[in-house]
Design a protein. Sequence first.
Length: 213
Amino acid sequence: MQQHSLPLDKLVPEYRHKIWFIRKYFLDRIKVSLRIADIKDKEVILDVGCGEAVLLKEINKMKKNIDYFGVDINENIRSLSLYYRGEFRVCNIQNGLPFQNECFDVVFALDVLEHINNIEKVLKEVFRVLKSQGRFVVCGPTESMWYKFCRFLIKGTFSSKHGPSSGEHVFSIYDIFKKIEELGLFIKKKTLHLPSFLPKNFAGVLITLYVKK
């Protein structure tokens, strides 16, 4: 079954994994991303590659008064509007974002850019829809030995091309950082890593806050 029609609970099955540490590891990505973003009341948020809207669920727990928009290639996100406060739009982000210029305070791209071939187009679109001094939070895989070990626990393979879950990785987070730096559209402000008990060079994912120039 193709990614655009998978049931939402199958997109990132790690949130329901039988190993508690895997569940916590994936949810911690969301929590750390929200912490580094420092969302304020009445801000407008875009979640690129929103999936089943785990990010929105965590924002709702924070009781923040925000406007949330989620986009994803998966057509099943239409059903999310029945359950959560937010607006969901189906789109292929490589073809552009269906929003006007400078309308978001924060854009999240969590575990999504590594799957995108035309990453430059997506980054330029994020720049376009962000307000002046808007924040851009990026989370992605390091492809370290720790990350590949966790992938083996989850998928039974060290390769992103095979097994269940969210598809092949075209880039690592370091490749993504390089692309962002080359474009010169954002200023890097802060980077955190997970698991936090590992040295940064061995961590599985990096989460970085950028600000629009």
